[in-house]
Design a protein. Structure first.
Length: 278
């Protein structure tokens, strides 16, 4: 795929988004070992994330202040570092284990794409997870790779998404991306994570119907695990106090075991397999 092809793919009737302000950070290790089950290595082209999801655990795990998480640092030298480290390695690379590899910065910098181009000749598997339909830009590379492609869909309700995932593409775009990836024969799945305590049974029914219509064969479930200080951080945001109270009250009242059981039953009725994330 040429640079011209990539440019034309951005022209879908909408204006190309303005390039976000991004800093740079040098890569110390391109492929550190991953602690997540089923993954041998972690590959994260960015530090921070413009999706700005209120429930994101990554700032608390990486010890970066929540107020700075939306300020993105790009590992612009990552493809070159990866080219040196990948030689002789085997196993599965987790792409986007801490931050989204297809956030808006990637549209302009193509670090994720360039990393995939380095991986293809070496035959390692790739497990990628994103909230963005920008992943469709790289379908040509994923069709050459082993592994799985996941898209997070916490709800198909646009209002819930706008409230909790203000910088992420709306659910309809993610669902359409899942449909296109399954049409291309990829091993695509939806991550319902975190399981939001705000979901009503109507929301769940709509999500099950919508996701089952995409052609995916399985979904992954992950519980909502608020970190210490998370609700306070949400409350400090502009207009965040009401959201924090609503989310915390729902979390304290939720029967997550019952919610998981309900989702498993409904997806099973549609012929989809459910697995736990961790």
């Amino acid at each position: 795929m040429s640079n011209l092809d990539l440019f034309l793919m951005m022209d879908d009737g909408r204006p190309v988004p303005k390039a976000p302000r991004i800093g740079e950070i040098r890569t110390k290790v391109a492929l550190p070992p991953s602690r997540l089950p089923g993954l041998d290595y972690a590959l994260n082209p960015y530090v921070g994330c413009q999706h700005d999801c209120l429930y994101c655990y990554a700032p608390y795990v990486t010890k970066r202040p929540r107020t700075e998480w939306k300020t993105v640092l790009a590992r612009t030298d990552l493809p070159q570092a990866l080219a040196k480290e990948i030689r002789g390695k085997k196993g599965t690379i987790g792409l986007g284990t801490v931050t989204d590899p297809y956030q808006e910065a990637e549209r302009h910098l193509l670090i994720t794409r360039r990393c995939l181009m380095e991986i293809v000749p070496h035959g390692l598997s790739v497990s990628v997870l994103t909230k963005s339909d920008l992943i469709l830009r790289d379908l040509d590379l994923y069709k050459e790779l082993k592994g799985e492609v996941g898209i997070t869909v916490t709800s198909v309700n646009d209002d819930i998404s706008r409230m909790l995932e203000p910088g992420a593409p709306l659910p309809g775009r993610r669902v359409e991306a899942l449909r296109k990836m399954t049409d291309e024969g990829l091993n695509a799945y939806a991550l319902i994570g975190p399981l939001l305590p705000l979901l009503t049974e109507k929301d769940i029914d709509q999500m099950v119907e919508t996701l089952s219509s995409t052609g995916i064969k399985w979904v992954m479930l992950d519980r909502f695990r608020p970190r210490p200080g998370m609700f306070d951080d949400i409350a400090r945001r502009k207009d965040g106090a009401e959201v924090a109270e609503k989310l915390e009250n729902a979390h304290r009242a939720e029967d997550y075991h019952g919610l998981e059981s309900l989702l498993r039953r409904k997806f099973s009725e549609k012929g989809l397999r459910c697995v736990n994330a961790f």
